[in-house]
Design a protein around this ligand. Structure first.
Ligand code: HEM
Length: 151
């Protein structure tokens, strides 16, 4: 990601989060509108989660120039998400819902911003999915090690 792209994303993020939890609230609205089946996985009161979600996105936006520093934390977050029932395909749905939310709240939303934000959100979900995969592989390895006669 070029420094220009990072600057664009940072300034658009500052605009959409001027009001706390506005972005997260919109994100969950967009997500449950396209994927109502995911709603039961979440607590009925989303207030706390909205704060956590925005904090996570804010951390990523602050560190866009060194995403590798966040890779391990994002992998851990992805591993936790296995227990919450997130499937790989849900991440694409979540990415598009987040883009729709940012777009709806950004007065200057255009094709360039959309492309740049899609890259940024993809850079979040890829390590999360890797973390989920590693977690699943470790469970399989432990099971195999316990088996008296591994196949
Ligand atoms: C852009 C990708 C995503 C990010 C950045 C993200 C971020 C987060 C964060 C920061 C939390 C709170 C963790 C905590 O409180 O310790 C959380 C919780 C959760 N997320 Fe995600 N998430 C993403 C995608 C998804 C997807 C695709 C699902 C699909 C089902 C999902 C389902 C949940 C659920 C069910 C919880 C827990 C709610 C509870 O407290 O019971 N997330 N997420």
């Amino acid at each position: 990601m070029t420094p220009e792209t990072i600057a664009l994303i940072k300034s658009s993020y500052a605009g959409v989060t001027a009001k706390p939890r506005q972005l997260a609230a919109r994100f969950y609205d967009e997500l449950f509108a396209v994927a109502p089946n995911l709603r039961p996985l979440f607590p009925s009161d989303l207030t706390l989660l909205q704060g956590h979600f925005e904090a996570a996105i804010a951390l990523v936006v602050r560190n866009l120039d060194e995403m590798s520093a966040l890779r391990e934390s994002l992998r851990d977050l992805g591993a936790q998400h296995v227990h919450w029932g997130a499937r790989p395909e849900d991440y694409v749905t979540a990415r598009e819902a987040l883009l729709a939310a940012i777009g709806a709240l950004s007065p200057s939303w255009d094709g360039t911003l959309e492309r740049d934000w899609r890259s940024a959100v993809t850079a979040i979900i890829v390590p999360m999915l890797e973390g989920a995969a590693v977690h699943t592989a470790l469970v399989a390895e432990r099971l195999a090690a316990d088996a008296p006669d591994p196949v």
